[in-house]
Design a protein around this ligand. Structure first.
Ligand code: NSS
Length: 428
């Protein structure tokens, strides 16, 4: 037996494949079956000369039936995937019921999301999920090559990392707990054990608004480094993002093109990335007529205006203290700003990375916790990290689906993840 991928890579001659019947049509005594096996899609032709009267029965095979086809694989430019299998033998392994819910008809997004377990069989998702698999592999490769170790943190946590308004609360036996918003606080403990660390894990945000770029459960690629200042942090982020983006542009060029993304756009992504400060961002926005004052956060609309001015990712540095989480290090010569940095993707996509140097002074950190209205008792363990061996350290978090959305040029973040969790969706 061969995989479709093997055939598409050039295996001609006698083959046997097994897969799902994706589409079918017939014309002039030839039945065209498109078969999908998880490694690729291929067109199979079944001819009257070979199958005789049986072809009429074969043609009735319901879509999504699992089939086995033997035949002759041949390169064929006219066929939609470049190769074709001219069938000599056909078998149904499991017959699907008639009435496949998402066949043919155009359906609206809500119907397709209700049938997501089937919708992900569409070719578009095959392409996106391959890219997802690839970019996460490249990220791991980069971390391993650069001396980072994988470190795991709990999903059930006792306190907020990114502010209480997006915290999911749950009953944990007879007390309250929360779903983690970020691995970061535990990573700050981890660096004293393992040094440079990373993770790729889910994070949860009770996002109450419906937007194109917010999920309630998303995958978070995070890293934390001891003995690392803001400059070292930004270099790390741009090297990682350049590596992942260059590699996906080269190795998944065909898939990207089919999704409507020109890989040449991504080949432009090379370090160093352009940098602006938050204050410069505000000036640019004001010049563009956006109603925003220094001290206010950049929302999706503001980021879209800024990000339309760049064709590569760019850093926005030094956000005001008032709009950043308590752990951000206060800039010592400018105490109303933080040593924070976000990376914004071009073409209006906006923030994909949140990052910064961490406050390493015990007294300032305690003051920031109180200022934010948090209970220092919940952060006793975290304060211990400053009591016992505090170190200059920095880290970042990349929203995996935000990154994939930009790379694949998607309209909505829900298409970057197999089963999106949104304010109004936890089914299927
Ligand atoms: O809130 S962040 O900006 N920063 C953190 O969580 C830090 N604690 C990370 C760290 O330094 N280790 O989130 C980081 C990124 C952000 O830039 C987005 O790309 C993504 O996480 N993000 C989201 N993606 C999808 N949906 C939602 N709701 C979401 N929130 C953040």
């Amino acid at each position: 037996m061969q995989t479709i991928e093997e055939i598409l890579k050039g295996k001609e001659g006698k083959v046997k494949i097994k897969g799902w019947l994706y589409h079918k049509r017939s014309s002039g005594g030839v039945v065209f079956f498109i078969v999908r096996d998880g490694t690729g899609f291929i067109q199979c032709t079944l001819r009257k000369e070979v199958f005789g009267d049986k072809l009429k029965e074969i043609e009735k095979t319901p879509v999504e039936s699992v089939v086995e086809i033997e035949g002759e694989a041949k390169k064929d430019e006219r066929s939609p995937f470049g190769y074709e299998v001219r069938a000599t033998d056909f078998k149904i392994i499991t017959k699907a019921q008639e009435g496949y819910p998402i066949a043919k008809k155009k359906h609206g997004p809500a119907f397709l999301l209700d049938h997501r377990h089937l919708t992900i069989r569409e070719r578009k998702y095959f392409l996106i999920f391959q890219i997802r698999d690839a970019v996460l592999r490249y990220a791991r490769e980069w971390f391993i090559q650069n001396g980072f170790k994988e470190f795991h943190s709990p999903i059930f946590v006792s306190g907020a990392c990114e502010g209480g308004s997006t915290l999911f609360e749950l009953k944990y036996f007879d007390r309250k707990a929360y779903l983690t918003q970020s691995w970061q606080l535990y990573a700050e403990a981890g660096i004293a054990s393992l040094g440079k660390i990373y993770t790729i894990a889910p994070s949860f945000r009770a996002e109450k608004s419906r937007t194109r770029r917010h999920l309630t459960e998303y995958w978070h690629l995070e890293a934390e480094m001891p003995f690392c200042d803001l400059e070292c942090l930004m270099k790390t982020i741009e090297r990682l993002i350049s590596y992942m983006t260059q590699k996906v542009a080269k190795e998944k060029a065909k898939e990207l093109k089919e999704l409507g993304r020109d890989p040449k756009d991504l080949l432009k992504v090379k370090s160093p990335f352009p940098r602006i400060t938050y204050s410069q961002a505000i000036e640019i926005l004001q010049k563009e007529g956006v109603q925003i004052k220094w001290g206010e956060d950049l929302g999706a609309d503001e980021e879209r205006v800024l990000a339309s001015k760049f064709d590569v990712p760019f850093f926005v540095m030094y956000y005001p203290k008032g709009i950043k989480a308590f752990y951000h290090k206060v800039k010592r010569d400018e105490p109303n700003v933080t040593l924070s940095v976000d990376l914004l993707a071009p073409e209006g996509y906006g923030e994909i990375v949140g990052a910064g140097e961490r406050e390493d002074d015990y007294e300032i950190l305690l003051k920031r916790i109180k200022e934010e209205g948090l209970n220092p008792k919940d952060y006793e363990w975290y304060l211990d990290l400053r009591r016992y061996g505090s170190v200059q350290h920095s880290g970042f978090g990349l929203g995996v689906e935000r990154y994939i959305m930009w790379i694949c040029k998607l309209e909505h973040i829900r298409d970057a993840i197999p089963f999106p969790r949104l304010i109004n969706r936890v089914y299927p």
